[in-house]
Design a protein around this ligand. Sequence first.
Ligand code: AVJ
Length: 317
Amino acid sequence: AQAALTDLRPQPDDIAADAINGLSRTPKSLPSKYFYDAEGSRLFEAITRQPEYYLTQVELALMESRMPSVAAAVGSGAHVVEFGSGSGRKTELLLEGLEAPVAYTPIEISRTALMDSVTRLGQQFPEVEMLPVCADFTGPVPLPPASRHVQRTLVFFPGSTLGNFFEGDAVRLLASMRGTMGENGRALIGIDLDKDAAVLDAAYNDRAGVTAAFTLNLLARLNREIGSDFDLDGFGHRAAYSRERMRIETALVSTRAQSVRIGERRFDFAQGEAIEVEISQKYTDASFAALTVQAGLEVIDGWNDAQDRFGLRLLRP
Ligand code: AVJ
């Protein structure tokens, strides 16, 4: 089926306003959602193939082995709504494993990544209606209605993308998913589980330097799209695990004193000054349950790999 695209992707003015706002704060910050332009999505896919970045391999293996249990718990005739769909490899396993899914709505901020995955999935699953939405899913997203009867909406949020949100934003996002799924809905969420700091540090500092290139692409993207003049040689990638906050904290660190221009605005950096660009929260069963109750959701099922590195959780209102 040919996919009709709902296009609500962020415009240069929104991106510039968010960048100026973040760089005006102390400490400086930039939103991680802007990592994902076409180049950033490509670099993220490359990260998922790095040996240190266990998250994707472990989650894919979990989906492969546990899909029968997931399908039994979800039931037939679902409209799958995926938040931040990326390449769609996990979606393939989901649509293949579910009983007679009716429709699929990927919500994805990168238009190229969205169209690539939906074209492929549309050919692979001709029985499933493709209803893609290009949007920043942290805002309100109208759900395109399916043509056929839907038994249940299934929100799919893999990859531990939830971990990129500070607690309050994570709860707001989960609450908006509760709204999307409705009273009879379910959500299948992937979460990276807390573990040894060395394993986590390695996952976000791969030897080949792909993660560093991914982080720096944020500045390259701003230069391309909002005409800022970041010198890419003047900043370095830094990612470190905080045991206290149970998360990886990623920053771009200024290697020297310098100033950067965005339109009329100038931002001064001291040598060693950081721009906070991403957090990747890790979870325990207790910390995840505490988050979901605040959003009016309940964990009703869960599956971990044998080493408890990564988990899938099934939620209901
Ligand atoms: C796509 C959000 C799951 O936080 O682990 C990977 C993004 N950043 N390496 C993560 C990311 C650096 C990733 N998620």
